[in-house]
Design a protein around this ligand. Structure first.
Ligand SMILES: [Zn+2]
Length: 262
């Protein structure tokens, strides 16, 4: 009988071979990889919403009704928002983020869709990155979709206005009820069309539309590799499931790929 550790090593080698034989590898990451950098999740044990209650599901409508008030709340955050802003400011990319960067530099990973808004993939150095739920360090014009660094928001008059088109500026973070910005969504679709293999890490892939991309690749005969602490709804669909934190599994995967290439 093989030990669980030996069988996981086998699975990591199988995953490495699968990634090397694929034509266009993509990845989808979610909250699990952020939690490993100390950012609290929203749901589940220790989750901000579990502790403080769910935020209103019509956040975008509330923003549109009164953008000035939404900006005032953003500029002096309270309760869970305050905790989140503090933790986001202090968080550092972890070994999982860095492994994705290395996979991209090695030419194995072609693009990465993240559901996380924490800027950590970008800070780690990922290049072909789609932040499908936005990036908390950016603000976005809800009219023309141009993004600006948050520090450049003209705050003398709230809500701040787009220097290009005078549209209302909003946090780039996608609110409840807000459509996914069309540029991000279009890129997800066009990249996914090229893909034949997805790594799904730190997410149970149940939030749509993000979840639909690895599932679409799987449905057209591609492969899906899961990296997650727990079994999830997509586990039965995965070719290989690697149980553990991304910060531990992803670097092992990088090492295994390098060994095959030698
Ligand atoms: Zn604009």
């Amino acid at each position: 009988m093989t030990s669980p550790a030996a069988s996981q090593d086998d699975d990591i080698r199988r995953a490495a071979r699968l990634l090397l034989s694929a034509r266009y590898v993509m990845a989808l990451t979610g909250a699990g990889i952020s939690v490993e950098s100390g950012i609290p999740p929203f749901r589940g044990p220790g989750g901000l919403w579990t502790k403080y209650g769910e935020p209103p599901m019509n956040g975008y409508q509330l923003f549109l009704q009164d953008p000035k008030k939404a900006w005032e709340e953003r500029l002096s955050p309270k309760g869970p928002s305050k905790i989140l802003w503090q933790t986001l400011g202090e968080a550092q990319p972890n070994a999982g983020h860095l492994a994705f960067v290395e996979l991209e530099r090695m030419g194995v990973l072609r693009s990465l869709i993240t559901q996380n808004v924490d800027n950590l993939h970008k800070r780690a150095g990922s290049k072909n990155l789609i932040e499908i739920h936005g990036n908390y360090t950016l603000i976005r014009c809800i009219a023309c979709n141009v993004r600006y660094p948050g520090s450049e928001a003209p705050l003398h008059d709230l809500p701040p206005r787009c220097p290009k088109c005078d549209g209302v500026l909003k946090s780039d973070t996608v609110s409840f009820g807000e459509p996914i910005p069309p540029d991000a969504l279009d890129k997800c679709y066009s990249e996914t069309q090229l893909s034949d293999c997805f790594i799904v890490a730190g997410t149970s892939a149940t939030v749509y539309p993000a979840a639909s991309f690895p599932l679409a690749v799987k449905q057209k005969g591609g492969a899906m590799i899961e990296v997650n602490l727990y079994e999830s709804e997509i586990t039965p669909l995965c070719d290989i499931s690697l149980r553990g934190p991304s910060a531990e599994i992803m670097p092992k995967l990088v090492t295994a790929i390098k060994e095959f290439r030698q």
